[in-house]
Design a protein around this ligand. Structure first.
Ligand code: MG
Length: 367
């Protein structure tokens, strides 16, 4: 029997320049990306594509048959981002392409600045996919939702009603600080996993999910670039996540449900403050209040022979009105903390070097 051709979904994200400030994206930038990927599809380099954006971050969604980490696909995305950055520079948009590490493509987008989420699979009879993208949020933004989707039966009743999900899921945990990766099998490793993901100083990130009964891949989140300030590691990326749904994987509704609770994430105002993650429809992904609150959009697709049928705007649903309202009242509450924690996130000495330098001489040892 001939081997069934696998499909790869590649979601590449980058901040190529904000309009206005860090709030949104300019239509000419989005048009540039669409035009480039249209030609790539016409030439047969990719099967299909879609352009999304959340806040000032641009997201390229590409369906193709070349597998994950493919140099041609990564170079295509790099060239699209560079073309968009040129448009952003001409328009003098805000900080065009600040996330790119250098000017030259080095064979992969990973660790070059953009976020990369790729998933390869054999297309099922019905292949519903949800792609989530956040703005003004650090990469750990998906930790709690991933836990709830793949480990919490209060969120995902499929964990105890679907025969193929009864065996649980395995999650890959990335220890960003030390560069290691670890697979944990749920439910048996739940308590150890919760201990790890709470360790904010080591930035443990859940990054892939597999069904235990047959190893089928269910979700991936985008890679994060690590930058260091002194002895502290930080994350720099525009986090995205891809979920395959139904057919023995969590249903679309189970993937969406965690976002009815606008959990606190780090990211607004220079990435230095804590605030709620607000689920919004596409047209409301413009965080202008205090560079926040952080936003998440959801794009739903039915995949048909590699074609991306969609997107459906997943948070365009009054079912999320209460989460949006709560996110606004939580923002009021967190902002009242001003420069005090936890309104302001824990920052390294390097980030405070200006103030520390001025007062260094005046610090005296207490007796
Ligand atoms: Mg950005």
């Amino acid at each position: 029997m001939a081997e069934v051709a696998k499909l790869t979904l590649s979601v590449m994200t980058a901040d190529v320049g904000g309009f206005v400030g860090h709030v949104s994206s300019h239509p000419e930038v989005l048009d540039t990306a669409k035009e480039r990927l249209y030609h790539a599809r016409e030439k047969g380099a990719i099967v299909d594509y879609h352009i999304l954006r959340c806040g000032d971050d641009l997201e390229l969604v590409m369906a193709h048959r070349k597998g994950c980490d493919n140099i041609e696909i990564h170079e295509l995305a790099w060239n699209v981002f560079m073309a968009c950055r040129e448009v952003a520079k001409e328009l003098k948009l805000h900080e065009p392409g600040q996330c790119f590490d250098g000017q030259d493509f080095k064979g992969t987008l990973k660790n070059a600045g953009p976020g990369v989420a790729e998933i390869e699979f054999v297309e099922r009879e019905s292949e519903p996919v949800v792609i989530l993208m956040a703005n003004k949020a650090a990469s750990g933004v998906w930790n709690m939702p991933l836990y709830r989707i793949f480990a919490d039966p209060f969120n995902t009743p499929g964990l105890f009603t679907s025969p193929s999900m009864l065996g649980g899921f395995s999650l890959k945990v990335r220890d960003v600080d030390n560069g290691g990766e670890l697979m944990v099998s749920l439910p048996q490793d739940i308590y150890h996993l919760l201990a790890l993901v709470n360790s904010v100083h080591r930035f443990a990130i859940l990054c892939e999910a597999y069904r235990n009964s047959d190893g089928e891949i269910a979700a991936v989140i985008s890679s994060a670039m690590v930058h260091r300030e002194g002895d502290k590691a930080g994350l720099r990326s525009e986090p995205a996540a891809i979920f395959r749904c139904h057919g023995g994987l969590p249903a679309v509704g189970e993937v969406m449900e965690p976002f009815a609770f606008p959990h606190l994430v780090q990211g607004c105002m220079m990435g230095a403050h804590m605030g709620p993650l607000m689920p919004v429809p596409f047209y409301e992904a413009n965080p202008s209040r205090f560079d926040g609150p952080a936003r998440v959009i959801g794009a739903g697709f039915q995949i048909t022979n590699g074609r991306l049928v969609g997107p459906h705007d997943m948070f365009d649903d009054p079912g999320f009105d209460a989460a949006r309202s709560k996110a606004n009242s939580v923002t009021d509450y967190m902002r009242r903390h001003g420069p005090f924690q936890p309104g302001r996130a824990v920052q390294s000495d390097a980030a405070l070097s200006g103030a520390l330098e001025k007062f260094r001489e005046r610090f005296k040892k207490s007796s």
